[in-house]
Design a protein around this ligand. Structure first.
Ligand code: NAP
Ligand code: MG
Length: 475
């Protein structure tokens, strides 16, 4: 059992508000506790990070930061199975998905370990008698607030680049799933990060989370979560005039043209909506299909949806439970409302018995694009099918939502693929494939209400650093 404590300044310490229970959503049982924290704990963590940045961590050369991250990656690869099992129980992830996530958190540390000493500035031609160069400098103390849907992955994705660039970090994970993160910090502690360079403060969003965004001594905040809380966090950061990176939700379209390879497309379309029970910001939750293929595509999906196995995470089903009772009732009410308004349930897999918060994969048809279920992020395994008649209508439907995170175009026509890629307003566009966010190497983030700034890839390093331009007049 992991510690129910915060990790501050290289030590495990109790939270000011005691502890809170962690639930296994596959069985509705308590499986552990975490520290419940408030501004006292957050302020201590930020102060420790500040001291580290101004002390040992700030003096650590880039190649040594890289070595530490590489050691962390090794450690995480070695403990991947253990981390996967904790995450699977805590977040309700089917074991094989949790295993993939545990590999990915290690990959983030590995990727940014290699980047740490390759982040350099430029020399800029200027007037005679001057030498001008830029350096990329860490912000200083960076705050990180992440959601419950991919606790391990999100931790790697947000912390590894910040640390590679030399920032001292404070992480506040989501209260609904963070036991694997606590274990991860135990492992990072063994790796030997200098005290204060990595800090973990757990607890509720309105207590620990709000305290982190309000703290006047953080220099930058990376927030991943809902647009509603993203707005709150940004308002608070605005008061302190501090920058934010916001990674918010999505309502990502899969666009299937009449010349698409359906044998390739259908399994990917199914996976893109059932992965993590649809609780993925980049879930492919809208299927736009050419009217000539509509019936064939629906028939193929109905067959596949009916065969999906839903069950407790440890049995490694195709999909596990929804994270919480609250989220389950949100998904249920969005679908019920859609049906009341005329949507048709084309397929719905069987819901297993038991106390878990299961929602069966659901395919909805007869949907108007303006309806809530076609516009709002359901965050469940719910796919809406909307037919289109030509390329212009497909593009209009694809862009006619508040979000712009990911999209996929399925076609054998190269010209059409390029035209669609150019027209789609989304941070990532796949052609004849879908990777629910893509690999660690690929810049990722939103347009429109999906947020701004980029994580992943080398580009993430530009969002956790700031440029200093040095102008030397040497005559
Ligand atoms: P959420 O409610 O916005 O919570 C996100 C984080 O913010 C959690 O750690 C939460 O803590 C914290 N929080 C809550 N209230 C806060 C406040 N007043 N001040 C500061 N922090 C606060 O989102 P969620 O329900 O956990 O996650 C689902 C959302 O995340 C979806 O919209 C999804 O699309 C989005 N998401 C986006 C990406 C991306 O990369 N674009 C990736 C994954 C998820 P508590 O949970 O403890 O309350
Ligand atoms: Mg849990």
């Amino acid at each position: 059992m992991s510690k129910a404590q915060n990790y501050i300044n290289g030590k495990w310490v109790d939270g000011s508000l005691g502890t809170m229970d962690m639930i296994n959503p596959s069985h509705d049982t308590v499986i552990g506790q975490i520290a419940r924290s408030d501004d006292r704990d957050v302020d201590a963590a930020v102060a420790a990070a500040r001291a580290a940045f101004e002390g040992v961590w700030g003096q650590t050369p880039a190649f040594e930061r890289g070595r530490l991250l590489q050691k962390a990656a090794q450690k995480l690869f070695e403990h991947a199975e253990e981390l996967a099992r904790i995450e699977s129980a805590d977040a309700g992830k089917p074991l094989s998905q949790a295993r993939a996530d545990a590999q990915l958190v290690a990959r983030y540390f590995e990727f940014y370990a290699g980047a740490a000493d390759k982040l350099h500035g430029e020399t800029i031609p200027y007037q005679n008698g001057f030498t001008v160069y830029t350096t990329r400098e860490p912000y200083g103390v960076t705050g990180h607030i992440i959601p419950w849907n991919y606790p391990l992955q999100m931790t790697g994705r947000t912390l590894a680049p910040a640390l590679a660039a030399g920032n001292a970090t404070v992480l506040k994970p989501a209260e609904d799933a963070c036991l694997a993160i606590v274990r991860l910090f135990e492992l990072l502690d063994e790796v030997g990060f200098p005290a204060g360079s990595i800090n973990l403060v757990t607890g509720r969003g309105d207590e620990a989370g709000a305290a982190l965004s309000k703290n006047r001594d953080i220099d930058h905040l990376a927030f991943t979560g809902s647009p509603e809380v993203g707005t709150l966090v940004m308002e608070t950061m605005a008061k302190n005039l501090r920058p934010v990176v916001l990674e918010l939700g999505g309502k990502s379209p899969q666009i299937v043209f009449e010349d698409a390879d359906l044998d390739a497309a259908l399994p990917v379309i199914v996976k893109a909506i059932i992965q993590n029970a649809g609780q993925t910001c980049s879930a492919g939750s809208r299927l736009l299909v050419h009217e000539s293929l509509h019936d064939r595509v629906v028939a193929g999906l109905v067959e596949r949806f009916n065969a999906i196995k839903v069950g407790p995470a440890e049995t490694d089903p195709d999909i596990g439970p929804i994270i919480s009772k609250k989220q389950l009732s949100r998904v249920t009410s969005l679908v019920d409302m859609a049906v009341k308004n005329g949507a048709e349930i084309l397929a719905q897999a069987a819901r297993p018995d038991g106390e878990g918060y299961f929602y069966p994969p659901t395919l909805l048809g007869a949907i108007d694009n303006n309806h809530d279920v076609a516009q709002k992020e359901v965050f469940g395994p719910v796919l809406v099918v909307i037919p289109f008649s030509d390329e212009a209508e497909a593009l209009h439907l694809a862009n006619n939502v508040p979000y712009g995170l990911v999209a996929a175009v399925w076609t054998r026509d190269n010209g059409r693929a390029h035209r669609m890629v150019k027209g789609i307003r989304a941070g990532q566009v796949f052609v004849n494939g879908y990777g629910a966010g893509g690999g660690v190497e690929l810049p990722f983030g939103g347009m429109k209400q999906s947020g701004f700034g980029r994580e992943k890839g080398f580009e993430a390093l530009h969002h956790v650093t700031t440029t200093k331009t040095v102008i030397i007049n040497h005559g």
